[in-house]
Write a protein that binds this ligand. Structure first.
Ligand SMILES: Cc1ncc(COP(=O)(O)O)c(C=O)c1O
Ligand SMILES: N[C@@H](CCCC[NH3+])C(=O)O
Length: 418
């Protein structure tokens, strides 16, 4: 987290004190560093230098339009999974011609709109979806460019909830059935076969599962070529992990170089769909300690952020580092469970954390830039946090804190009984 560092005992994001940010913007608050986002994106771009490639940022990781706009300015394409994400990309100034559309359940209206905008490619995940895309394209008088998401049946070695490349997962087309699907697609008038894609899971900390998947896909590409079906692009998905605590994932450069080396001089346009590795460590969730409380042997710090603001710890038992915004060596250190105000036992952001805490202290939950705000909910009728982008000395509100009135928007009372 280079863009976040202590200066005289206070945590800064770039040139901005996070204590100051909490004072002016309140808590909980998501704070992102522009510099960190751009650096993470450029690590991919530089490693691909000169190669025919597209970096399609996975919008699901963090879909704020200000953030998408920064990436679009750097030339990014986008990996989307819904009409909502597609419209966000457009609003952010993204180029539809650099959009790939993933996801297992694309609706006809979503396909229609994507065709109308001329996206780069549909990443198709089943036989039935192929028929739907073909039908919608024919109705629209268009031809859809398609790739098939091949499930290579490799173990990504990650949390079972975020592993996607095994036979037992719902994603993609079994590699053993893929040839037949490609042959069928090649004969359909509403689609043009252009690519192959895969995505084997998220938060991968080793290169070897990517290489295993790549080898299986390259062999399939060769088998298809022998049948006259030419694959023009290969999309390796996202999935590169980040350091939340002591993980040591390969750098984006090392990862891209390993893929390039294995692909050699094959005439393939390469696509990557990174999400987490672009934004996770570019963001923190700022929160304030409301109360300290002891029950039996346990010490709880009740903070103003909760599982509805950041669900990863509750959902995946994910570990996110939690650090003080202002260092305070005068207070004794002890182990705390950091819990939110939501009425669920599973509402915690960290357990058993050694910290020096007093009521009123500010904390930063680290690595919260990916799958943070986007997975936030209004459970317990809690307004979602403000999102802020720091750029050098400036702080920009890129999404206002929700108001109580926002929570009831669209709700209606029944007509009165009299
Ligand atoms: C198809 C696809 N592409 C890209 C991503 C982004 O993955 P990550 O955030 O792990 O890079 C995901 C989510 O895991 C995905 O499902
Ligand atoms: N939301 C998950 C990752 C899911 C990846 C989406 N395909 C996480 O927070 O780790």
């Amino acid at each position: 987290m280079d863009s976040f560092e202590y200066r005289d005992g206070v945590l800064f994001c770039e040139e901005v004190s996070l204590a100051q940010v909490a004072e002016t913007q309140g808590t909980p608050a998501y704070v992102y560093s522009r510099e960190a986002i751009e650096r993470a994106y450029m690590a991919y771009a530089n490693a691909l230098n000169g190669r025919d490639a597209l970096i399609c940022y996975a919008v699901k990781a963090n879909s704020n339009i200000a953030l998408l706009n920064l990436l679009a300015r750097l030339g990014a394409g986008f990996d989307i999974v819904s009409l909502g994400e597609l419209e966000r990309v457009l609003r952010a100034g993204g180029d539809p011609a650099k959009v790939v559309f993933s996801g297992v359940g694309k609706q006809p209206a979503e396909i229609r709109r994507a065709l109308e905008l001329g996206i780069f490619c549909f990443n198709i995940e089943s036989d039935a979806e192929l028929d739907r895309v073909n039908d919608v394209a024919l109705e629209a008088g268009q031809v859809a460019r398609v790739s098939f998401r091949v499930n290579p049946d490799v173990d990504a070695g990650t949390h079972p909830y975020i592993s996607t490349g095994l036979k037992e997962n719902k994603f993609g087309i079994d590699i053993d059935q893929a040839e037949a699907v490609y042959r069928r697609a090649a004969a359909l008038p509403g689609v043009e076969v252009v690519g192959m894609d895969c995505h084997i899971g998220s938060q991968l900390t080793e290169i070897s599962p990517f290489l295993d998947a790549l080898d299986r896909l390259l062999a399939l590409i060769d088998r298809l070529a022998a049948q006259g079906i030419v694959i023009h692009h290969l999309d390796l998905g996202g999935g590169l992990g980040v350091c939340y605590t002591d993980e040591t994932p390969p750098s984006a450069e090392a990862f891209v170089e390993a893929m390039l080396e294995r692909i050699g001089d094959r005439p393939l346009t390469l696509i990557f769909e990174p999400g987490r590795s672009i934004v996770a460590n570019a963001g923190v969730l700022l929160t304030r300690v409301e109360f300290l409380k002891q029950t039996g042997e346990k010490h709880f710090a009740i903070i103003d952020a909760a599982m509805n603001d950041l669900i990863r710890p509750s959902l995946y038992s994910a570990y996110q580092e939690i650090i003080p915004v202002q260092l305070n060596d005068d207070v004794p250190s002890r182990r705390w469970d950091l819990v939110g105000p939501v009425c669920e036992t599973g509402d915690f952001l960290g357990k058993d954390r050694e910290l020096r805490l007093q009521a009123g202290d500010l904390l930063a939950v680290c690595s919260a830039g990916a799958y943070g705000f986007v997975m936030a909910s209004n459970y317990n009728s809690r307004p979602r946090p403000v999102e802020l982008m720091v750029d050098d000395e400036q702080v920009y509100v890129i999404r206002e804190r929700e108001k109580i009135s926002d929570l009831m928007q669209g709700e209606q009372l029944l007509p009165s009984d009299d």
